[in-house]
Design a protein around this ligand. Sequence first.
Ligand code: ADP
Length: 497
Amino acid sequence: RHEQHAGYAASIAGYLTQKPGICLTVSAPGFLNGLTALAHATTNCFPMILISGSSEREIVDLQQGDYEEMDQLAVAKPVCKAAFRVLHAQDIGIGIARAIRAAVSGRPGGVYLDLPAKLFAQTMDATSGKRSLVKVIDAAPRQLPAPESITRALDLLKSAKKPLIILGKGAAYAQADADIRAFVEKSGIPYLPMSMAKGLLPDTHPQSASAARSMVLKEADVVMLIGARLNWLLSHGKGKAWGTEPKKFIQVDIEPKEMDSNVEILAPVVGDIGSCVAAFNAAMGGWQAAPADWMKTVTTKRDENVAKMAPRLMNNNSPMDYHGALGVLKNIVKERPDAILVNEGANTLDLARGIIDVYKPRKRIDVGTWGIMGIGMGFSVAAAVETGHQVLAVEGDSAFGFSGMEVETICRYHLPVCIVILNNNGVYKGTDVNPTGGTDVAPTVFVKDARYEKMMEAFGGVGVYASTPDQLRAGIEQAFASRRPTLINAIIDETAG
Ligand code: ADP
């Protein structure tokens, strides 16, 4: 229903399949709506192609006021990996081939393809048309790491007393799941998954340090990043979050310019993650597992934190608090690990990320590098279409508002999407008071007791009102069994933050 969500769908389709998702839009306003998603794809390293119609070049360049006039190529350039324009029908094949290669090779990203109106009226005979098309051979060629970079990295890792591996969504994208798991297990090193890398190894894996995150970041001495950047999500690799212990970094990434972006990288390994991890595995003969006392410290801390959280997740309060509701969702995903979890919100995002374990690769898709809101329904549509699996979208009530109209799309195509809105009547909380003292509600407060489930009913889907954990569980179970589009309005105590 809106180009931004079509674009988000295309971007995450690219992430899930390694093939560029393609989003088509009309000119200027449609193009601009799609542009947010194109920028998002580029920032997150997802392959995507935005193809937009545009008005006549001659009129745009003289600024003579064409219908939806805009110099779209110039506008797109700063937010995408590459931008191309096709002016002649015989160049369509080359234009598409360039767009595909630019999107998926090296560090993946968003590509813009500009098709001015004049192109659409052109004709050419079928035989030369066919001949002008390009079969894109090996669009994302393997990039083998230099052997000396592998040795350097393993030597550093071996020297560590408190090593740590951080897996990012680049590692999940690479689809080298078995090799990554073999590497982590052979190394015996605790690992932290970034949010979309959760499930590369099951979150319940004995080496997972997720529930001891703060501690391992502070105490580790050698940190190996695999497909994760030292951006804000990792406090740029420095400062309080990283403690006082001096860190030595190993970084595995396809993009050489990523090295030293925030701190010195002592052992850069440049190549595609599949090839790099395979090279590590091949070079690890006679590997001594990581120091046992370090692993023990990590697991003790982790198990303590997990045990502390457990009773809160089993509460049966009505209205629910976040922990009661998320405890239900945690169990649902545990029982049905093939479901794809989509997650956005504020409290809903932060708490669900920590509480809901993921068991298989690429089963959690979320707000990504920018921490944006609005990806929910577009991602849900793409995940359902691309994988055929049940989708569980866990949404804050605020986050859902950015893409809510796409429930019609979900119903139109009968997609197996179950949306759970954790509804606490506002942003962060539903109890804020207007600071200016006027009669309007506070800017963070929404219409109270909104019946979001009726939006789904309006289009023929199933709406559920759930004020207890039991009702929430029953609603999700029914949605999964029927595979019908379902929206569960999960009522959260508005004072819960
Ligand atoms: P996260 O947000 O999970 O920490 P980031 O998006 O910051 O992850 O990092 C992903 C990194 O993975 C990017 O630097 C990107 O260049 C890299 N990357 C993506 N695909 C591959 C690949 N196939 N091989 C190697 N590196 C990759």
